[in-house]
Structures are given as C-alpha cells and as structure tokens.
Design a protein around this ligand. Structure first.
Ligand SMILES: NCC(=O)CCC(=O)O
Ligand SMILES: [Mg+2]
Length: 323
C-alpha cells in the first residue's frame, strides 16, 4: 500500500507515544474532597466508597499531611453532622464552634500553604436535606441566599481560600461576592457549581454525609441532565456575577458540557468527578471486572482532555501516587 499518512508511525514506541501525547495529568490538577465527622481518633469508611473515610479532626490532619506529601494542595471539606445538629435554617453552618469552621481553622493553622475550599450549601446542615429553605414543600430561592451569605462569610473568617456554592440557587454567586467583599475578603475566590445536574451519581456522597433529601428530589434547582444550552446560561450568569471558576458536575456523563464551557468562557473550568463515578470503578475493580487503576487514570484523563483544568476527585490520592 502506498499510504502517505500512517498514524501508527507515531504509536510505535513508548518514546514516540510520550512525545505526541496531547494531554497530561498532574497532581496539581486535583482537589481532594474530604469528609469530616465529630469525635476523636475516629475514622469510618463510607460503605459505598471503598477506600474513602470520614475523619475526626485529629485524624483528618494526619490524612492531609499524607496528601500534602504526595503533592495535593487543595482540599474541599464536607461535614457529616448528627441529626441533632440539623435544623430548617442550617444554623449550624455558621456556628463558630461547630465542627466545620473548627476544621478550617485547624487546617489553615497547621498547613498555611494548603488551600481550603469550602462547600456553601444548606444540605449537610438541613433537617430537610435540601439545599434551600423549605416552605410548604417548596425550596425558597432568595431567603436561602441570606443563609448562604452567613455561611460563606463565616468560612472566610475561619480562613477559607475558595468557597464553593453547590446549591444552584439563582443569584448566589453575585450575592456571595458582595458579602465577601463587604467583609473585606476580596481574596477569597468563588468556585461556582455552575452546571450541577440532578444526577443519580451523587448517591454514595449522600451516604457519606447522611444528607439525602427527606422528601422529593432536587430537580427544581439542579439541572435536567437532558440540557446543554441551559448550561451556557448558568455559566454566563456566574461569569457575570464574578465567579473565578466554573464547575461542571458530575464529570464523566457530562464531558460535552465541560468542553462547551471551556470553549465559551475564559475562566478555569473545574469538573467534579463525583462519588457515584468513583463507586462504579471501585465496584467493578473489586469484582475483577476492570483494571481499576487504568480505568481511574483513563477517566481522569478524559475529564482533562474535555477541558477541565481542575478536577475534584476522590481518586486524587491514588492517582497522585501513580503520577
Ligand atoms: N456538593 C457536593 C456534592 O454534592 C458531591 C457529590 C458527589 O460526590 O457525589
Ligand atoms: Mg446558577
């Protein structure tokens, strides 16, 4: 055959494959989500997320040290609270003596160079298990912003570097920017969950936090998985309201959305490789049905190739070891 183009020429050895590789993962791409629980010297594995634990604060600091030694520099914190701490208005979220704000202070105190990202949403603190204030079965938008503002301000005061509104209320990015700026926290960045879909892939996360909604679902605020043009509207609003990062969540079933936002906005795009995406690979690997490490690296690579420069992933530690 007289072929002018033979793409296989560039695949014939490891050396040439490395040379023409278009996308590279780095440990600096990763943010590790971590689960915090009350107590001391305690950790408990999330049953639907093999290898992922909730940590009491003292053990969390040891865990962070291990991760820092692997090159991970940013941690996204999520609290598991007892039902007794939850109420309709998520008041525990801005209790200065509460678990979450204590954890931020302890991490920043021990690791000043580590970046702490926080979650701004009512669900871990809400007796309704929703991301907003509930009245007559409806999730109220504007009154919820006030709670989110108090929460974000308290987190900034505790030392947070990046706040991550994950609630999908309208107008919250602009509102948080204003509250943070008025509080003197111009340097605290906002990583907005811009296109967060009402997804089945959050199941294991809700086990980890015991935060499943007590009634109904989240479809009146999280996006319909069928929509992509709507993601452009959400991203445009967050851009206009001052977001520093635009996030897509989940990642693997939404690679087209990651690419869409990356093509249309000149902000760093983040993707949340969620709990269900982690659990699927782990379960298949435990059954011997997949090579877990290869499937992990291939998934992470696909998220980066699609256009995410920041990846929130429970695989961060494992992937960092391989990189
Ligand atoms: N606001 C954070 C999440 O909902 C995380 C979901 C997941 O990892 O499944
Ligand atoms: Mg929005």
């Amino acid at each position: 055959m007289n072929l002018i183009r033979r793409p296989r020429r560039s695949r014939q050895s490891a050396a040439i494959r490395d040379m023409v590789q278009e996308t590279r993962l780095s440990v600096t791409d990763f943010i590790l989500p971590v689960f915090i629980m009350e107590g001391q010297h305690t950790r408990s594995e999330v049953s639907s997320m093999p290898g992922i634990h909730r940590f009491s604060l003292d053990l969390l600091l040891e865990e962070i040290q291990e991760c820092v030694d692997l090159g991970i520099k940013t941690f996204d914190l999520f609290p598991n609270l007892s039902e007794a701490k939850k109420d309709k208005y998520a008041t525990e979220s801005y209790n200065p003596d509460g678990l979450y704000l204590q954890a931020i202070r302890a991490i920043k105190d021990r690791f000043p160079d580590v970046m702490v990202m926080t979650d701004v949403a009512m669900d871990p603190y809400s007796s309704d298990g929703h991301d907003g204030i509930v009245e007559n079965g409806k999730i109220l938008n504007d009154p919820t912003l006030e709670v989110l503002g108090k929460m974000a301000l308290a987190q900034a005061q505790a030392g947070a570097n990046i706040v991550g509104p994950s609630d999908m209320m309208d107008g919250r990015v602009g509102y948080l920017r204003q509250v943070l700026d008025e509080g003197g926290f111009h340097e605290v960045a906002i990583m907005s969950y811009s296109a967060k879909y009402a997804s089945a892939f959050y199941g294991p996360f809700r086990d980890a936090l015991d935060s499943a909604p007590k009634f109904g679902d989240k479809k009146t605020y999280q996006m319909n998985p069928a929509n992509s043009r709507e993601a452009l509207i959400e991203a445009q609003l967050d851009f206009d309201e001052g977001a520093d990062f635009l996030m897509v969540k989940p990642a693997l079933a939404y690679l087209d959305i990651i690419k869409l936002l990356n093509d249309n906005f000149h902000l760093p795009i983040a993707a949340y490789n969620v709990s269900g995406e982690y659990a699927m690979i782990k379960a298949a690997a435990q059954n011997g049905w997949l090579d877990g490490e290869r499937a992990m690296m291939e998934s992470l690579m696909s998220i980066k190739r699609a256009g995410a420069s920041v990846i929130l992933t429970y695989f961060a530690k494992e992937a960092a070891r391989l990189l």
